[in-house]
Ligand binder design. Structure first.
Ligand SMILES: NC(=O)c1ccc[n+]([C@@H]2O[C@H](COP(=O)([O-])OP(=O)(O)OC[C@H]3O[C@@H](n4cnc5c(N)ncnc54)[C@H](O)[C@@H]3O)[C@@H](O)[C@H]2O)c1
Length: 677
């Protein structure tokens, strides 16, 4: 910008606009104060041009002259603040001529005085979405710029659509449908909304599509329902509620229980099911509780007494009272803190008595399979005025994990468990081991009551006060001695136990027979399925363990005998990733120990063979295939190992266990070779 004398400001000539020779200089606007130079990083605000027409771009730099003649139409996109005529231009056919375009190519112009629509809104006012198909509404075509025009006299207003023919007699005599469903369209409805801000309806998350009625579509109520759930007092019997602990048929097969059975439809639905008119129990009154029929209703083998309540055989374990099929049998267990194991039926109701008056808060630890039992126990404890926290843990061996233990401790902390509160474990050996360890660790030990629900849990895991969890490096490597306040062995709970788990428990019962009570072996040989001697077998096996742990609570000597078959058993479990049942692995381990004892000259071939016969009759494995080396490595970290010296429990005779220390490696390999034949 060049400065001229007397403060005159010269503007540079625009490029491409040569001045005509002799042309007068255009009159320049009055001089303005020159702008000061911008400071560093200063941002200037653009001033809005003031005054009417200020927003218009001047066609040239000359000052405006007042315009003569008709006012020109405003330039599209620029605001025009001048007065506009009120009369709207006539719609309809236009004379075709110069400059006239076919109608569909014509661009829509805003009417003077109309507010421009926000960008992105289409004719029907829904941003970015296409309009409903077809015309949709008689006045739809009127919407758009016309309805967005500022309301004023002469502006069109939408009218209500014409009502349909009202219900009643039709001209041709038919009365027409009179029902509400049909007539709902005939009810007076408001006209189409004037455009404006859309607001959400109160209580609704979203708008229904405008062309759909607000009612739900009607459906036939013929959907398949899930199976009936177990009643309050029943364990799950229905197939739909079957626990998912069965072996999967395929590694990718579903872990879930089989689907719900289809309910009867039609004629036999509800109370008219098959056999409903036959003699049967009367309908239950409200709130009445019924017990399920116990196992003794199973057919009895010939030669055994039929009357319930009579002992099925005379137990002969020295120094212990006879078992009973009625009432409760209390078996004392000594050690650092003596307690009782109670065997009988319908015992879960005694949990509160065993807990004592002290605990106010009780955590009931259970897996999903035992939910019904755990709930029943929780209900009784709540009725006693205690605060019950129900804690569900994974099924089986998956529960014996440090992360699960920490989860339990956090839950106890959240529930404000104090030292006088208690833990109740409801489940198999895995659950009682886990809950016992959690109870042992919480505030250095809180009261614990065990309600074992598997045969193995009753005869072994819940007895003796040992608790433990697994590590990837080995089974039961982290644990504590924490005797419970009591153990409730409710035989009713075994009714739902799958046969494979029952057999797994039978392995520990048979082990007790081999190391201390040969009568157990005779009972199992007589009834390998254990259907008739269950109670006696449970009591005998508990007594064997009680006697041993009373004498050697800390496992410094005699208690090691209880690990008969466990050294190889634990190794098999570990190498198989704990996918083998504990009792099944122990059964193979007992056959291995018997072969070892036979090769070592301790057992006769007949006694070793008796192992195989008995275990096979009980449905347990008597062999194991697989490489020896990984099993041998896994045996090295067995808890009986001292230094590098492996120690195994073997039998000098049936009922006479002994320790075999640092056996010859060739002997071990030979015994395994016989097992894997
Ligand atoms: N602490 C000890 O002294 C000791 C002794 C022996 C074994 N154990 C441990 O016990 C564990 C094995 O116990 P387990 O054989 O009871 O197996 P488990 O606890 O793994 O239970 C087996 C399955 O049976 C289900 N189940 C339990 N009760 C049921 C019932 N009444 N009806 C239907 N299903 C039921 C469970 O949900 C689970 O899926 C092992 O971890 C083992 O180390 C501990």
């Amino acid at each position: 910008m060049a400065q001229v004398a007397d403060g005159d400001v010269r503007r540079p000539r625009r490029r491409g606009s040569p001045r005509r020779p002799g042309a007068q200089r255009p009159a320049l606007p009055p001089p303005t104060r020159p702008r000061r130079p911008r400071r560093h990083a200063e941002v200037r605000i653009r001033r809005r041009p003031a005054g009417a027409g200020a927003g218009q771009r001047p066609r040239d730099r000359r000052p405006r002259r007042p315009r003569r003649g008709r006012p020109r139409p405003p330039v599209a996109g620029v605001r025009d603040h001048r007065r506009q005529p009120r009369r709207l231009p006539r719609r309809g056919r236009r004379p075709r001529g110069r400059g006239a375009r076919p109608r569909r190519h014509r661009t829509r112009r805003l009417r003077p005085g109309a507010l421009p629509r926000p960008r992105g809104l289409r004719r029907h006012g829904r941003r970015g979405r296409p309009g409903p198909p077809g015309r949709g509404h008689p006045r739809r075509s009127r919407r758009g710029p016309r309805l967005r025009a500022a309301a004023g006299p002469g502006q069109p207003r939408p009218r209500r659509p014409a009502h349909r023919l009202p219900a009643g007699r039709r001209p041709h005599g038919h009365p027409g449908h009179q029902g509400r469903r049909v007539r709902r369209r005939l009810r007076p409805r408001p006209g189409p909304r004037l455009p404006g801000a859309r607001r959400d309806r109160a209580g609704r998350g979203r708008h229904p599509p405008p062309h759909r009625p607000l009612r739900r579509r009607r459906r036939r109520h013929d959907h398949r329902r899930t199976a009936a759930r177990a009643r309050r007092d029943e364990a799950h019997r229905h197939r739909a509620a079957r626990p998912g602990h069965d072996r999967r048929r395929h590694r990718r097969a579903s872990r879930r229980p089989p689907p719900a059975l289809r309910r009867l439809r039609g004629a036999r639905r509800g109370r008219r099911r098959r056999g409903h008119d036959r003699a049967g129990p009367r309908p239950r009154r409200a709130g009445e509780v019924r017990r399920r029929l116990p196992r003794r209703d199973l057919p009895q083998p010939p030669g055994l007494p039929r009357e319930p309540g009579r002992p099925v055989s005379a137990p002969t374990l020295a120094g212990s009272p006879t078992g009973s099929t009625t009432g409760r049998t209390r078996i004392p267990i000594g050690g650092e803190r003596p307690y009782e194991a109670v065997v009988g039926r319908g015992l879960t109701g005694e949990t509160g008595r065993v807990l004592g008056a002290g605990p106010l808060r009780v955590a009931v630890v259970h897996s999903r399979t035992l939910l019904t039992t755990a709930r029943a126990i929780a209900r009784e404890l709540t009725d006693e005025g205690r605060i019950v926290v129900s804690l569900e843990v994974p099924e089986g061996e998956a529960a014996k994990d440090m992360t699960v233990v920490v989860g339990l401790w956090r839950a106890l902390a959240d529930a404000g468990f104090t030292r006088s509160d208690a833990v109740v474990a409801v489940g198999g050996g895995a659950t009682t081991d886990l809950a016992g360890f959690a109870a042992a660790g919480w505030l250095r030990g809180v009261r614990l009551v065990l309600v074992p629900t598997t045969l193995l849990g009753m005869v072994d895991a819940a007895i003796g006060g040992k608790t433990a969890v697994n590590l990837p490096q080995g089974k039961n490597l982290v644990g504590a001695f924490h005797p419970p306040a009591g153990v409730l062995c409710d035989l009713d709970l075994l009714d739902t136990l799958p046969p494979a788990d029952y057999a797994s428990g039978l392995a520990e019962v048979i082990k007790a027979g081999f190391i201390a009570d040969p009568e157990i072996l005779r009972l199992v040989e007589e009834d390998p399925a254990g259907a008739f001697h269950t109670r006696e077998l449970v009591e005998r096996a508990i007594r064997v363990k009680a006697e041993v742990v009373t004498e050697d609570f800390r496992e410094d000597g005699r208690r090691e005998h209880l690990n008969y078959g466990h050294t190889l058993g634990h190794a098999i479990e570990r190498v198989a990733g704990y996918r083998v049942r504990h009792g099944h692995a122990v059964a193979a381990g007992m056959v291995f120990a018997a072969e070892l004892a036979r090769l070592d000259g301790r057992l006769s071939a007949a006694e070793a063979q008796r192992h195989r016969t008995l275990l096979a009759a009980a449905g347990l494995p008597t062999g194991h295939t697989g490489a020896w080396a990984p099993l041998r490595d896994a045996m090295s970290i067995d808890k009986k190992t001292r230094g590098n010296r492996l120690r195994l429990v073997v039998l000098d005779a049936i009922g006479r266990p002994a320790l075999l220390t640092a056996p010859d490696e060739a002997l071990l390999a030979a015994a395994y070779e016989r097992l894997s034949r």
